[in-house]
Design a protein. Structure first.
Length: 158
């Protein structure tokens, strides 16, 4: 299997921190707004937009890493039977991240809806919180058996 360009992998690796930061901010803002019964503001909507944009950029870069890293051709070679490393990077990580990004989009669409602030905050909290849990669970953190990577990785080799 060939490897993705190191610059793509590095950008994808570093951008995760931007995605995590915006997702944490939106989840916390939503939780505080829900608990405090605050009015939803334009600043809240903008933060949700920044979260969504960072996720979309991360998704595009991740797809480029996926395609150039050789994971697409694995389905022709018995993909379900591959080792844990290739299964994680070829199927589990991308599928989970796509689900999380769908939730991020639902959070942003909720931010644009004309519903009362408490309901808006509640929905946004749950969408962003569940997405954050998926992000945290499926990032290949250092120390994670078989799939773990350094905090900023520049190559896809084990």
């Amino acid at each position: 299997m060939h490897t993705a360009p190191a610059s793509l992998v590095l950008v994808h690796s570093l951008l995760r921190y931007v995605v995590l930061l915006f997702t944490v901010i939106v989840a916390l803002q939503s939780l505080m707004g829900m608990i405090g019964k605050k009015e939803f503001t334009g600043a809240n909507r903008k933060m949700a937009l920044f979260m969504m944009i960072s996720c979309d950029v991360q998704l595009l870069i991740g797809l480029a890493v996926y395609i150039t890293g050789g994971f697409m051709g694995m389905s022709k070679t018995g993909f379900p039977d591959v080792d844990h490393y290739n299964r994680f990077y070829g199927m589990e990580h991308p599928a989970s991240m796509i689900v999380a990004i769908i939730l991020i989009h639902l959070a942003y669409f909720t931010a644009k809806k004309s519903i009362d602030s408490v309901r808006k905050y509640k929905r946004m909290f749950w969408y962003s919180f569940i997405a954050l849990m998926l992000f945290m669970a499926m990032i290949p953190w250092p120390g994670r058996l078989v799939v773990g990577k350094p905090l900023a990785v520049a190559a896809t080799h084990r």
